[in-house]
Design a protein around this ligand. Structure first.
Ligand code: HEC
Ligand code: HEC
Ligand code: HEC
Ligand code: HEC
Length: 462
């Protein structure tokens, strides 16, 4: 029997595939913008020392007035659309955050909580930490409600000190940040924020006990998921205020930070390990959950592991290698060697894993900074796609988690090709659909089919 969570997730990845048609409509606008002269990067300091360490969260009601973010129609011109609350609450994709708390009241959530023995899901910190803005009671303003789910302030930070000032056009992004507005516009900071729930971290940890009780498997890719819950409008005014937009960069930054997070967890004895084992949620689910009949095992060069050995879920490291190979081959080689070393360490000892993770993390940290500052040009996109194709053909994407990332990566890259004016918007829809069909069912996934679909797509690109 397939766990219900899996079927559910398969449905979700199709969301991104079907969205492709929808997505390229935006690209015309954005490709026009891309022709404008590059603007000075106006992003603010990376590590703001927040003036107020623990501001109060005032609640969604404080943001939702029709003259603030609750306008029913988007404001046609001017600065922000001001309908962010309505989008958050009603949009087909964006409303998942608004409903996150309500999901804890469902039969599915009740069953998970019962199996874990943690009381009611809607009061359990194990669940609220990601399904709501779970801050301590003393930091909740009068209108704050846990039932708001993943509320504005769960992402944008407690509004106590910026509520008055942030709408003032004269105030800089740095000042807003100082007042407690979280820098969601900075791809690194955004990735950290999203991954804290979509991959788990520290107090927000999702583990294999929660999965075992029936929680859906988590999947995340920064650029696709940002696109799937949009409530901001990327226009010239936005670029003037928030700096250059580069979807390929955001995708790459997301991969680097997710890889970095895996490596950090492997060094964290509380969250990355369980009893005598590495926390199974950090492993490739299918290295344990698969049928025992048939002759499916195949060697994967990137791991150096033999048959019957459990593998870490290294999907983000694999993607990172493909990206970095296009912009700094020597660094890519170091990531490849470090990843191989990490896989081998899993057959040696916990200490060996911790050392290998720490060593590789030094490399991924350097790479993150490099990627975040890189402007991905057409030649980079072409090279990355070629590496993706070669990786697929060499069996590097034979684990389902990597295949899923590869499919989302391909959509991002095709979109970037469109934006760069290299192909016509939407022209590769059939090829994209074929690619997504190969990852539609994780139990029926065959790497050769994925490789063939990636190849067809590559041949259709300039
Ligand atoms: C690390 C963050 C995190 C934690 C902790 C967490 N969840 Fe989730 N949960 C998510 C995310 C992210 C999703 C959406 C997954 C996806 O992409 O489909 C989700 C999805 C769900 C769903 C499916 C919702 C739907 O749309 O059908 C249920 C039910 C659920 N969680 C219940 C729980 C319960 C009960 C707990 C506590 C035992 C819990 N979650 C803890 C992050 C978390
Ligand atoms: C899951 C995280 C998340 C939630 C929840 C969220 N936002 Fe956002 N918001 C973002 C991201 C990411 C962006 C795009 C990056 C940026 O411009 O900061 C954004 C952009 C915006 C912008 C656009 C700003 C501009 O410069 O054009 C506004 C306004 C905004 N959000 C308001 C809200 C309001 C109001 C709510 C609640 C009703 C909300 N957001 C909920 C993550 C979130
Ligand atoms: C406080 C935790 C939290 C943060 C921070 C967060 N999310 Fe989520 N997100 C969730 C939960 C929980 C769900 C699932 C809710 C549900 O199933 O109703 C979810 C669902 C989503 C979905 C819908 C997924 C699907 O399968 O349809 C998207 C897209 C998404 N988040 C994007 C983002 C992005 C982008 C960011 C960062 C800007 C982000 N999230 C930050 C908790 C969070
Ligand atoms: C190290 C091996 C291993 C890995 C890796 C692993 N699991 Fe499991 N999983 C198990 C075992 C063992 C059980 C318990 C089976 C039992 O109780 O009979 C289990 C149970 C489950 C169950 C409950 C349904 C069932 O078959 O009992 C779900 C759902 C599940 N795992 C999901 C996942 C997901 C999602 C991942 C990847 C994030 C994952 N597992 C990774 C070994 C693993």
């Amino acid at each position: 029997m397939m766990p219900a969570g899996f079927v559910h997730c398969i449905g979700r990845i199709f969301v991104s595939a079907n969205e492709y048609a929808y997505r390229h409509r935006f690209t015309l606008l954005v490709s026009l913008l891309a022709m404008l002269p590059a603007l000075a990067d106006q992003s603010s300091p990376q590590h703001p020392t927040a003036q107020y360490p623990a501001p109060k969260h005032l609640g969604v009601a404080s943001c939702a007035s029709s003259v603030c973010h609750g306008s029913v129609q988007p404001y046609p011109d001017g600065r922000i659309a001001q309908n962010e609350f309505i989008v958050w609450q009603t949009d087909r994709h964006g409303n998942m955050h608004a409903k996150a708390y309500a999901k804890l009241l469902t039969d599915e959530a009740k069953s998970i909580a019962r199996k874990l023995g943690i009381g009611a899901a809607e009061t359990a910190p194990e669940c609220l930490s990601c399904h709501a803005d779970h801050i301590p009671p003393e930091r909740r303003g009068e209108e704050f409600q846990l039932a708001d789910g993943v509320s504005c302030e769960a992402c944008h930070g407690g509004a106590e000190h910026y509520i008055e000032s942030h709408a003032n056009p004269g105030i800089s992004l740095a000042d807003k940040q100082r007042d407690g507005l979280y820098p969601t516009w900075d791809p690194e900071k955004r990735a950290e924020l999203c991954l804290s729930c979509h991959m788990g971290s520290g107090e927000r940890m999702i583990n294999h006990r929660i999965m075992g009780a029936g929680h859906p498997r988590l999947q995340f890719e920064l650029d696709t998921f940002t696109y799937l819950q949009p409530h901001h409008r990327v226009d010239q005014d936005y670029i003037n205020r928030k700096g250059r937009q580069d979807n390929a960069r955001d995708w790459a930054v997301g991969q680097a930070l997710a890889a970095n997070k895996l490596l950090g967890l492997l060094q964290d004895s509380k969250h990355g390990w369980h009893g005598i084992f590495v926390e199974p949620v950090l492993l490739d689910c299918h290295s344990c959950h698969k049928r025992m009949d048939g002759d499916r095992w195949q060697a994967r060069a990137g791991t150096g592991l033999g048959p019957g050995e459990m593998r870490l879920n290294d999907a983000n490291l694999v993607m990172l290698q493909l990206i970095v190979a296009a912009i700094d081959p020597a660094a890519a080689e170091r990531i490849r060697a470090g990843t191989l070393n990490l896989h081998r360490a899993t057959t040696v000892s916990r200490r060996a894993v911790i050392n290998a993770a720490a060593e590789l993390q030094r490399q991924t940290a350097a790479t993150t900074a490099q990627i975040a500052g890189h402007a991905f040009a057409s030649d980079d996109l072409k090279r990355i796609f070629s590496h993706l194709q070669r990786g697929a053909e060499a069996g590097q994407l034979s684990d389902y988690a990597a295949a899923e990332q590869a499919a989302m990566a391909a959509v991002n890259l095709v979109t970037a090709f469109e934006r760069a004016g290299l192909i016509e918007g939407g022209s590769l829809e059939p090829e994209i659909d074929r690619l997504f069909a190969t990852v539609g069912d994780e139990y029926a996934y065959r790497p050769q089919r994925l490789a063939a679909a990636v190849r067809t797509l590559r041949l259709a690109l300039p």
